[in-house]
Write a protein that binds this ligand. Sequence first.
Ligand SMILES: [Zn+2]
Ligand SMILES: [Zn+2]
Length: 316
Amino acid sequence: MQIQPGIVRAFRWLDSDNVSDDPRLSASGPVRTEYDRWIPFLFLHLGCFGVIFTGTSWFAVTTCLVLYCIRMFAITGFYHRYFSHRSFKASRIAQAFFAILGLTAMQRGPLWWAAHHRAHHKEADRDNDPHSPVVRGFLWSHLGWLTATKNMPTDYTKVPDFLKYPELRFLNRFDWVIPLLLFIGLYGLGQYLQATMPQFQTNGLQLIVWGFFISTTILFHATCSINSFAHMFGYRRFDIPDDSRNNPILALVTFGEGWHNNHHRYSNSVRQGFVWWELDITYLILLCMSKIGLIYDLQPVPDAVMRKVALKERES
Ligand SMILES: [Zn+2]
Ligand SMILES: [Zn+2]
């Protein structure tokens, strides 16, 4: 077997399922960083410096914040709590809609994300955990694991429940299309506003820098911090075999994902904050969505557990 030359391999990135003849892609492939895989991350981070040339405007900063919030919810509510854990049910249209929103975050496809996350829960902080800071250190858990060729393909055997949806498989396979559309859309919106509403003091390049590069980079690190920091810093309510922690700061920036020790204990529950002060924004939004019938069958934490946790909190 021969490894493809760099340029050919780069083109192969455009089709996530085209993984047949690179031995490094196998399950037994080497667990190491591959430097050409750093290119997309360098591109994302270097793009943020474009702000030096484009400047800023309240409209661009608002776009950055709004896109952060919408996409964070798509990742936490759907990539994580729906596609990875099936902690509630949603219609086929809703799952496709939020898969598309999640794709704009540039965190690969929903099935790739869910397959790796299921592997994480199954092997948390053991040798086969794709991103444990305990096993391979902080940098690996935060970013390095994304640059290992062996972690590139989607292990479809881990997400058999979604294989019957061709639209999800298509979106997962060509995971660069939706981010590209966001990129183009932001440029188009900025140029349109510059021409028709100059009082907004924005333009296409400025919206790309704030809405695409800066917003996506912050979102990326916030999400990755659950893989790294949330297995290192925080308190442990449940004494379970992995090193997961509850971390209030991470919970705030990730809309509830920082209650990670709770989550590792009851990963099928839609809820991750277990007491009143453990703010879980994603859960609150999902609860509202269920009230108006957009989603249903939310999986609870067992009542007995919630009572025990509340009692313990009152005593401490
Ligand atoms: Zn974890
Ligand atoms: Zn999880």
